[in-house]
Design a protein around this ligand. Structure first.
Ligand code: FES
Length: 108
């Protein structure tokens, strides 16, 4: 199991779960407006600790395009592993949007 920490609350998550899915399953209305395809960046998170070292090509290309490498990560392209303490940056609540985005598959 992986441990996900959000706002000081700790959750046990199956290793390999897509991070966006894990966040959503804890009742947090994180956005994923492109459906988890590394196109929109609305699923962005920052890490207090436990940031994955690996970054796939799709995430890297999008972050480079946005000149945001090192600023945040795309949770739709990250999987849960170890202990991750994350900050969710865009939610339905914080943006006023009434739709988080298309349903995500469980894995990337
Ligand atoms: S859901 Fe669009 S980039 Fe992650």
């Amino acid at each position: 199991m992986a441990t996900l920490i959000i706002d000081g609350n700790s959750y046990e998550i199956a290793e390999g779960t897509r991070l966006t899915t894990a966040i959503e399953e804890q009742g947090i209305d994180i956005l994923h407006r492109c459906g988890g395809n590394a196109k929109c960046t609305t699923c962005k998170v920052t890490f207090n600790s436990g940031e994955p070292e690996a970054m796939n090509d799709a995430e890297k290309a999008k972050l480079e395009d946005k000149e945001a490498l090192g600023d945040y990560r795309l949770s739709c392209q990250c999987i849960c592993e170890g202990t991750m303490d994350v900050n969710v940056l865009m939610t339905m609540t914080s943006t006023g949007l009434d739709d988080a985005g298309p349903e995500l598959s469980k894995t990337i």
